[in-house]
Every structure is written in C-alpha cells, then in structure tokens.
Ligand binder design. Structure first.
Ligand code: ADP
Length: 375
C-alpha cells in the first residue's frame, strides 16, 4: 500500500487526537491510480514545532490550523514555502473568512477545512489532496519517461548516422594516403562500399523525415480511389532490379483490380516496405508473392517470401524504431530499421492491423488488413 505522510498542526490535543483516529485506518482508491493509499499521521502543537518538523522532512499533506499559540498558520506557510513543491496544505480555519482564504491561497494553500468539521469532511479533504498529489507524481513520472525515450532515440540515431560517416571517412583516408598503391583499380571497391553506406544514410534520413511527418499528425493526406493491383505492380517494378540480380521471382496474385479509398503515397509506401524487405531478406533464387484479396469489408495485402525468416523473439521487436535483427545473413543488407515502424504507423492511420507469420529459414508472410474506409 502506498502511504502518504500527513502532518496535523493544531494546539488543541482533542483536535489532533480526532484527526489521528479518523485517518488511522483510512485508505482510499483513486481513479487512474493503481493500488490503495493509506495515511500516516504525525502531529505538531505549535507553529515553531511545525516549521521544524517540515524542515526535517516535509509531509505530503499538511493539515494546518490557522490560529496557533505562537505564530499563525500563514507564518508557517511563509517560512516553509521552499520546503517541498509537492507538499499540499489544507488550511483549517475557525470561520470561513475570505481574507484568510485569499492570503492562505496566495501563500500556496491547496484547500480549506472550516471548524467544526466532521470526520467525513476531513476524509473528503484528505482524499482530494491525495488525488492531486498522486496525479502530479504520475505526470512527473510520465514526463521523465518521455525524456528518456527521446534521449534514447537521439542516442541511437546519432550512432546510426555516425557509423556510415566513419566508414566513408575511412575510405577517404585510404584514397588520400594511397594505401592500396598508386594504381587506381583497387580503389573501385572502396568507393563502391562508401557509396553504399551513403545510400543507407540517405534512406535513414528520408525514413526519419517520413516518421516525423507521421508523428506530427500534420502529414498531408489525399484520400482517393486507389487500385491496389496497380500499386502492387509498381512496387514489384521498383524491386525488380534487386530481385533480378539475385534471381528472385516476383509474382502478384489477386483479382483484376481491387480498389480502396486511401492516400496513394501511403499505399505505395506500405507496398514498397513489404516488398523490398521480402527481397532483401530472401535467399538467392527465392520467391516473393504479393497476394491481394477482399474478405467482406476487409482488404488484405499479403507479401510472402522464401527468405531467412524471423525468430519468435525477433517478431516481438520487429516494429520498434531502429530495430534490425542482426546476424551474419543480415549484416550486409542495407536498412534503417525504421521501415516496419513506419509501416505500423501508416496502417494505424487506416485503423488496420498487421499479421506476421514466419518460420526461420523457411520464409515470412506479412499481411496488412485494411478495414472498409471511413470517410
Ligand atoms: P530495415 O530497414 O532494417 O529493413 P525494417 O523496419 O523494414 O528495417 O525491418 C526491421 C528488421 O526486421 C530488419 O532489419 C530485418 O531484420 C527484419 N525483417 C523485416 N522484414 C523481414 C523479412 N521479410 N524477412 C526476414 N526478416 C525481416
């Protein structure tokens, strides 16, 4: 159980005893907050005693009587103003005076309790303060988590951008220092490798820009009738050079035409991501099949390959940013690790879903299911 510390400050022992008894076995459950919250009450009989106790360790909730024998509750608030930004004060007043309320609020009081109050009034005020404290804590934790995610994103991105630059710089040193001799011939391979790394970097940057557009929610979209068969043919055409160079057969199966209402560019990106992966992670002489179908109101785009497949552990990570399942077979395959996370976001725009079936060394099938459009 989560326990909040309450410091009750009052010069009437009866009042302090009453507060202790009321909150002793009191616990609350709050909407959106997990678990039960209990309270531990400490007491102080004078303003000075309260100031010392707060300086030693600020409570979560301060139940503070306005009228104390030495200094006023307001003085206590003034003198402990910097003790803890998280401490919430419930001011106890003998009469509801506007002036006192204004002065106490200015001094940071969160709420008021007017004497005489019932145990239920007290519990109500304490519950309200507990809710505010825990919600503020949660907001702070979320903020910290967001910062951490951003930090991690920048760290990985920095690394991914630096690696190809280092490789190209290394190649330039080889050229400058004529490491491979005076003959220009052997340098061809070094230049080609550098161009490949630069190509990889360009892909990473354009994927990154696409993801930023998607995340900002400000991406321009034009919904129109798009024929998936035409889009599949274009994607196959784009992949045909790489497929041909590794003797991979590309096939499209489906009706003559299959029209959905969608953004043409987004559909092209969905196909290109799936088809280019199916080719990239395939074996020499393998097959890629694009199957288009409609089941009731749902349209399915399915891309199968006879490639390296994905392990069950890999499948869980697949759609994360910068995720590349590295092993000796994928080491020389170009990619940003952003393709599938972009795919996931695109499919979410259509309220669709992605299914993955895969068997290591046998191949994979990625199926994107798009529900009937909602204009
Ligand atoms: P990349 O730019 O690396 O291709 P993706 O986000 O498109 O990034 O894919 C993430 C990772 O998932 C790839 O690096 C690869 O390890 C794995 N992967 C994706 N598609 C396939 C596939 N058809 N077969 C095997 N592995 C795949």
């Amino acid at each position: 159980m989560n326990t909040l510390r309450v410091l009750a400050v009052d010069d009437e022992p009866g009042m302090l005893g009453g507060i202790e008894r009321s909150l002793e076995n009191f616990s609350v459950r709050l909407p959106d907050i997990e678990g039960e919250i209990g309270f531990r009450v400490e007491t102080a009989a004078t303003g000075e005693e309260a100031v010392t106790a707060i300086a030693a360790g600020p409570p979560d909730i301060l139940l503070l009587d306005y009228k104390l024998p030495d200094i006023t509750g307001l003085d206590v608030l003034r003198r402990t103003a910097n003790a803890s930004p998280e401490m919430l004060t419930v001011m106890i007043t003998a009469y509801a005076s506007i002036e006192t309320a204004i002065a106490a609020t200015r001094q940071g009081a969160y709420d008021f309790l007017t004497k005489p109050f019932t145990p239920d009034d007290l519990k109500h005020a304490v519950r309200k303060a507990a809710g505010a404290i825990l919600l503020a804590r949660r907001a702070k934790a979320l903020e910290a988590e967001k910062k951490q995610v951003r930090f991690e994103f920048i760290r990985v991105l920095g690394h991914e951008l630096k690696a190809p630059l280092n490789a190209v710089a290394g190649a330039l040193f080889i050229l400058r220092d004529r490491t491979l001799g005076e003959d220009i011939g052997p340098y061809g391979e070094v230049v080609n490798r550098s161009l490949l790394r630069l190509e990889q970097m360009k892909k990473l940057i354009s994927d990154l820009l696409e993801m930023t557009r998607l995340e900002s929610g400000k991406k321009e979209r034009t919904l129109e009738e798009v024929d998936l068969v035409g889009a599949a043919k274009e994607a196959a055409e784009l992949a045909s050079w790489e497929a041909g160079s590794r003797r991979i057969a590309l096939r499209i199966d489906g009706p003559e035409s299959l029209v959905v209402r969608a953004d043409r560019g987004e559909i092209a990106m969905i196909f290109n991501n799936l088809v280019s992966n199916a080719v990239k992670y395939n074996h020499e002489g393998g097959r890629v099949e694009i199957v288009l179908s409609r089941k009731g109101p749902e349209t399915a785009i399915s891309v199968s390959d006879t490639g390296i497949g994905i392990s069950p552990e890999g499948r869980e990570k697949l759609f994360g940013e910068f995720v590349r399942l590295k092993d000796k077979r994928t080491r020389n395959v170009l990619g940003s690790g952003l393709g599938l996370s972009i795919l996931k976001r695109l499919v979410e725009l259509y309220d669709g879903r992605i299914e993955v079936e895969s068997e290591p060394d046998r191949g994979s099938t990625f199926t994107v299911c798009l529900p009937a459009g909602k204009d």
